[in-house]
Design a protein around this ligand. Structure first.
Ligand code: GDP
Ligand code: MN
Length: 376
């Protein structure tokens, strides 16, 4: 889960990284009040989970509280790179001397973390890395050793950062490890004309697998960009939306993965990944089908089930019951194998729904689903 800048700012502050004074507003009036509290001048910043807000007009300086109100009115409700602005952060402006870039990011291939740092901060790091790769230092970090003062010095030396920024690097590592983050980024980290070092902008991606450990932020509402994923999550389904045309339902992540491959091997693309898990009840099947059928991109649906503890006849009954509750509008290819497969197939055959077809093998089912998606 990505955090908003104002949430990242709070975590930085908790771990002793200096940040500008700031508060969040969801109305222009409130922005004015905050600017007044901050002393008049303020930076008004759109809170959206995307970078490059500055270039998109989402970061603006206001000379006084009245200007902050006007600026907030201009920014709130607008769209930045597909993200609606619902909140602004109103921050104390600082006099920037130099801008730097620092981050730690999980490096899955290396089985560790990577420190990325640059003395040319402010702009997006991908841009700097593309234009001037020598300006971006990459230093592997062994997670077992972490970032000590010595390691931080190695990073600042490699990037040409001032020696006095090492303390921020050590603290930023603490943010990463103590908050179970996969990415922490400060861009820009600045030195000011009055000699301070501040994190002016931050990005944090938390590891969702550690959600259970995060009791403090446990009450936070789950955020889903995709409305279908949100609908599926509300029904407790393990659903991931992809961008193809064949809807895929299976029991067990491994089988669903193989089914995605089989669909791709048949020249079609999966529209989603839906794992109904062990208990393929009528309820779960009906919920899964209704989520998948409501995706206009789906042209055919492939149900691939290997009966185990939940036998195929139970799954078939689930599908039949689901067909009574859900209006099937697209062809449904079902492949049942494993425990009680024959009984399951007989139940589906007896239902004789005109849009339901059965296939004997996974590959056969995938080929047929791809074919029906093409001709739909
Ligand atoms: P981003 O464009 O989404 O990365 O948003 P940032 O928060 O990084 O803001 C973009 C740029 O605005 C920064 O790189 C700074 O150059 C500038 N900026 C933001 N806040 C201040 C401030 O208080 N003072 C000054 N001088 N510049 C600021
Ligand atoms: Mn930034």
């Amino acid at each position: 889960m990505d955090l908003y800048e104002y949430q990242a700012r709070e975590l930085f502050e908790e771990h002793g990284i200096v940040v500008p004074r700031a508060e969040v507003a969801d109305s222009p009036r409130q922005a004015r009040e905050i600017a007044r509290r901050l002393g008049g001048r303020a930076v008004v910043k759109a809170q959206v989970k995307t970078g490059g807000r500055g270039k998109a007009g989402g970061v603006r300086l206001a000379a006084d509280p009245a200007a902050a109100e006007i600026t907030a009115r201009q920014i709130l409700g607008t769209d930045i790179k597909g993200h609606r602005v619902r909140k602004v952060m109103v921050a104390e402006p600082v006099d920037v001397e130099r801008e730097f870039y620092v981050s730690y990011v999980l490096d899955r291939a290396a089985g560790g973390f990577l420190a990325i740092a640059s003395a040319e901060g402010g702009t997006e790091i991908e841009e700097t890395a593309a234009l001037r790769p020598q300006a971006v230092a990459r230093v592997p970090v062994d997670p077992a050793r972490g970032v000590t003062a010595a390691k931080a010095a190695e990073i600042t030396d490699a990037a040409g950062l001032p020696a006095r920024t090492t303390d921020v690097l050590v603290r930023l590592w603490r943010v990463l490890t103590r908050e179970d983050a996969l990415l922490v980024e400060v861009n820009p980290l600045v030195t000011t004309t009055d000699g301070r070092i501040l994190a002016l902008d931050g990005k944090i991606t938390l590891d969702d697998n550690a959600r259970f450990r995060r009791t403090r932020r446990g009450a936070e509402p789950e955020e889903h960009q995709d409305p279908l994923e949100a609908a599926a999550a509300a029904r407790g389904l393990a659903y991931v939306r992809l961008d193809g045309e064949v809807g895929v339902i299976g029991n067990g992540a491994g089988l669903v993965m193989s089914t995605l491959d089989a669909v791709a091997g048949s020249g079609a693309r999966p529209a989603d990944f839906l794992d109904i898990g062990g208990g393929a009840s009528a309820r779960v099947m009906a919920d899964g089908l209704s989520v998948i059928l409501s995706d206009p991109a789906v042209k055919s649906v492939l149900v691939n089930v290997f009966g185990g503890i939940t036998a195929c006849d139970t799954v078939a009954e689930g599908i039949v019951a689901a067909l009574d509750g859900v209006r099937l509008t697209k062809p449904l290819i079902v492949r049942l194998d494993g425990n009680n497969a024959a009984q399951g197939r007989a139940i589906l055959a007896a239902r004789a729904h005109p849009l339901v077809e059965q296939a004997a093998t996974m590959d056969g089912a995938a080929r047929r689903a791809a074919e029906l998606a093409r001709t739909a």
